[in-house]
Design a protein around this ligand. Structure first.
Ligand code: MRU
Length: 367
């Protein structure tokens, strides 16, 4: 994406000035946005694990690419089976819900363990970059398939098309372009009259902080709404469709995404508002039997519920407490929207009703 005059991805390798022939990995620190633009350089797999855990990098496709680069960093230290397996285990334990992380680690490990140790490091950097490049191409394709859906909706309804989104599934959540926001960028760039309702997405406020920032950078009209406003707006005809991303989708089309997505899907169904989910195929977990029973839902620290961060008039970011001292809090980070509430799943191969997803998966080779 273009920030100022420069094009950025969310993650990229850089040559290590101190160690010729070695690389570091640069990331945009998403915990600093929207108030500060900070690029971090990571030197080890442990630093990558910490960045994923702290959500300096986040979003299902991006943590997949980050895990791949994490293994490349590990292989630079040592490429033995033991080192790579230990690195893979700590990456897998960093965040449990988004299946892209497991997908990327398994893909990297399959390739690396099959080759002689001396070749592994160079191949790890190559394969991690391939995963990143593929993500960009996939999202460009999702943009075009999603654009066709939006154009079809706009053809039935003159005037501005109002789209609601939850969390952040934009370019910051991927290597570039985004999933749910990719069709929105494509529609805006094609000159369509659109407006986006941005759910704030407590407790981490990815909508208020990241989606709002992204849309503002791109010039897309939007309004931030509190998480509870969507149902009311739908009842009053102010939402023409919902588009969200996903962290894991079952082959029958059940969708695990940021906590609160399920409630939006229920409200959308009750108001006959189309509910679209933009999903790169690495987000589809072909092994999954029962999404509600089997997807590990990350439980994040209670302090994310107790505390809110904000910019002070002095320009510093501070945390304030919003619950009484001594309150308990629970913080499940994701929920599952059953396939019956999903209108269409937008993939890089086209748009599918959940019931047709399985057939599509039979026809394509897993990447
Ligand atoms: O906890 P996060 O911020 O990593 O959660 C992100 C989401 O839930 C996104 O909607 C999902 O990963 C899809 S991103 C293209």
């Amino acid at each position: 994406m273009k920030i100022g005059q420069q094009l950025f991805r969310t993650i990229w390798p850089v040559t290590d000035a101190a160690l010729p022939g070695h690389y570091q990995v640069a990331i945009i620190d998403q915990t600093a946005l929207p108030h500060a633009w900070r690029i971090l350089t990571l030197n080890s797999v442990q630093q990558m694990v910490d960045a994923i855990r702290k959500m300096q990098v986040r979003g299902a496709p991006l943590i997949g690419a980050a895990a791949a680069y994490g293994l490349a960093l590990a292989s630079q230290q040592s490429s033995t089976d033991e080192t790579l397996q230990a690195a893979a285990s700590s990456l897998l334990a960093s965040r449990p819900t988004a299946v892209n992380l497991r997908w990327a680690v398994e893909r990297m490990m399959r390739e690396l363990l099959a080759m002689p140790e001396a070749l592994r490091c160079a191949h790890a950097w190559l394969e991690a970059s391939r995963i990143a490049d593929e993500d960009v191409r996939i999202n460009q394709s999702i943009a075009q398939h999603g654009l066709a859906l939006l154009q079809a909706l706009a053809a039935e309804k003159p005037g501005c098309l109002n789209i609601l989104t939850h969390c952040n599934a934009g370019w910051l959540a991927t290597v570039d372009w985004g999933t749910a926001l990719a069709p929105i960028y494509a529609a805006f760039d094609a000159g369509m009259d659109i407006h986006v309702w941005v759910d704030e997405t407590r407790p981490r406020n990815q909508g208020a902080s990241l989606t709002a920032w992204e849309l503002q950078q791109h010039g897309v009209p939007y309004k931030v709404i509190c998480d509870n406003a969507g149902g009311h707006l739908m009842q009053h005809g102010q939402v023409d469709c919902v588009i969200v991303g996903a962290d894991r989708v079952s082959r029958v089309g059940d969708v695990c995404n940021k906590i609160g997505t399920y409630l939006k899907a229920l409200a959308a169904a009750d108001n006959q508002v189309p509910f679209y989910v933009a999903v790169p195929t690495p987000t589809i977990d072909r092994q999954l039997e029962d999404a509600i029973r089997d997807i590990p839902i990350e439980e994040r620290p209670a302090d994310e519920v107790h505390m809110m961060a904000g910019l002070t008039s002095a320009g510093t970011v501070e945390y304030v407490r919003v619950t009484p001292e001594g309150s308990a809090a629970a913080n499940p980070a994701f929920d599952v929207t059953p396939a019956r509430l999903v209108t269409s799943i937008i993939t890089e191969h086209g748009c599918y009703a959940p019931k047709d997803l399985h057939d599509m998966l039979q026809r394509i080779d897993p990447i």
